[in-house]
Design a protein around this ligand. Structure first.
Ligand code: ARG
Length: 479
């Protein structure tokens, strides 16, 4: 490779060089690489490590390179291995020998860690934006379907009636934890590794804090060996993506079930459905299925990363180069899934009559009959047994619990009173008036609480985004 070949007597083997090149993947870091180099260069000049006029030439060159890349005119070269060498190589094409001063007091090891952290901060903010949009779509559906009962399930068997709003808010809880995980990861990403050099620190009077401030980092790394070999933050982001995808996959699985004729609980808008090439009647939930399938990719990225890391000694190892394809793919997959799921959720129609009818079918109020007896002094276990026998009788006779007369009920348990004839879906739902329960009052309050929490997340995003460095925010001469 062209930049550090003084030691070598032989030209690089073409295959080995191509094999080791990461430019096809890490070219995505070009802006972070340039912004990071600009901050480093300004610090070198301020500290008198390089002269001011060299710094201005370098900064002008980097500004020009950024513009070239953004215009699509930059030629990324495989013989320049990675994004760092491509930018530096191009700087030398433009500025000549002066370009060689930029890499003073820096190694690609702390440089790549810096670039990946800069990229990761933006990626986290984008993902959290996507999670907020998805949560908003769930909350809007939760709000406009307030008052719709549905069967709650365990073991995919109808269990007890719940509010559809309560069911949708359960997904909002998952989204909120996904947001929390990413916010927590952000704190550990938001650390500048620059100044670690190759592994041991640097023999120059660098000002690490100033570079960190310039790039909007909250802190600097404490240990140079760790700074260049830590990939925990990549694992954490990818883990958050993998678990987030698992949540989306579970949600999609319900959408797929619910849009079947067998359930008939939801109708997806045509815009988010596909037809069949042979069966004219088909309307398939392809998008939901694909998200369910893509969850496997994100889990694969996480597994790949963990296995890649586990055998690596301190400090930097080339193995780490594999982190970026896993990171980019997991972030892309999660981001794209959220982006399509928000409008798909918003445009779906819940079939309210069907949901409400299903809520009371299949003895879903059986627990309430048992609770009725338990609240009148019958030990719950006995009440459970009695209602079980009642259900068996109904199954034999093909009737429902609410069709039984008081006398028939009393034949099973004398504790039954006429109030038992009032047991119905709404009494069952509103009776569950405990924190976190499905009673209407609790769910209305939960909806408001969740909206406030999601609004707070947007405030956090704006605050963090405000601290990010602007790419071309400073003039080249503004050292
Ligand atoms: N392309 C490399 C990576 O992604 C950059 C760091 C290379 N450092 C090294 N010592 N070879 O990890």
């Amino acid at each position: 490779m062209e930049l550090w070949g003084g030691r070598f007597r032989e030209a690089p083997n073409e295959l080995a060089a191509r094999f080791g090149a990461s430019i096809d993947v890490d070219r995505r870091l070009y802006r972070q690489d340039i912004v990071g180099s600009m901050a480093h260069c300004r610090m070198l000049a301020r500290q008198g490590i390089i002269d001011r006029s060299s710094a201005v030439t370098i900064l002008d060159g980097l500004t020009a390179i950024l513009a070239e890349i953004e215009r699509g005119e930059f030629e990324f070269r495989v013989d320049r291995e990675d994004v760092h060498a491509n930018v530096e190589g191009r700087l030398r094409d433009i500025a000549g020998d002066v370009a060689g001063r930029l890499h003073t007091a820096r190694s690609r090891n702390d440089q790549v860690a810096l670039d990946t952290r800069l990229w990761s901060r933006e990626a986290i903010l984008d993902l959290v934006r996507g999670l907020v949009a998805f949560a908003d779509a769930l909350l809007d559906q939760a709000q406009s379907n307030m008052g719709v009962a549905m069967p709650g399930y365990t073991h995919l068997q109808r269990a007890q009636p719940v509010l559809l709003t309560h069911h949708l808010l359960a997904y909002v809880e998952m989204v909120r934890r996904d947001v929390d995980r990413l916010r927590d990861a952000y704190r550990r990403v938001d650390v500048s590794p620059l100044g670690a050099g190759a592994l041991a620190g640097l023999p120059y009077p660098i000002d690490r804090e100033a570079v960190a401030r310039d790039l909007g980092f909250e802190a600097i790394s404490r240990n140079s060996l760790d700074a260049v070999s830590d990939r925990d933050y990549v694992v954490e982001i990818v883990a958050a993506c993998a678990l987030g995808m698992v949540h989306l996959s579970r949600y999609c699985e319900e959408i797929i079930l619910w849009s079947s004729t067998e359930f008939g609980f939801i109708s997806l808008s045509d815009a988010f459905s596909t037809g069949s090439s042979i069966m004219p009647q088909k309307k398939n939930p392809d998008t939901a299925e694909l998200i369910r399938g893509k969850a496997g990719r994100a889990i694969g990225s996480l597994t790949g990363l963990l296995v890649m890391l586990k055998g690596t000694p301190l400090a930097y190892n080339k193995d780490f180069q594999e982190d970026k394809s896993a990171l980019f793919d997991a972030v892309d997959t999660f981001g794209a899934s959220l982006a399509v799921l928000a409008p798909m959720t918003r445009s779906a129609t819940f079939k309210r009559d069907r949901l409400i009818a299903a809520a009371s079918e299949n003895f879903s109020l059986a627990t309430d009959y048992a609770d009725f007896l338990a609240q009148r002094g019958v030990p719950f276990r006995r009440a459970h047994e009695v209602i079980g026998r009642l259900v068996a009788r109904c199954l034999e006779q093909g009737c429902t619990l609410d069709s039984l007369s008081l006398d028939e009920l009393r034949a099973f348990a004398p504790e039954f009173t006429s109030d038992a004839l009032n047991i119905q879906i709404w009494s069952a739902i509103d009776a569950r008036d405990v924190p976190g329960g499905t009673a209407t009052g609790r769910v209305s309050a939960a909806l408001i609480e969740a909206r406030d929490a999601i609004r707070d997340v947007s405030v956090w995003i704006d605050e963090m985004a405000g601290r990010l460095p602007a790419a071309e925010g400073r003039l080249a001469s503004d050292i």
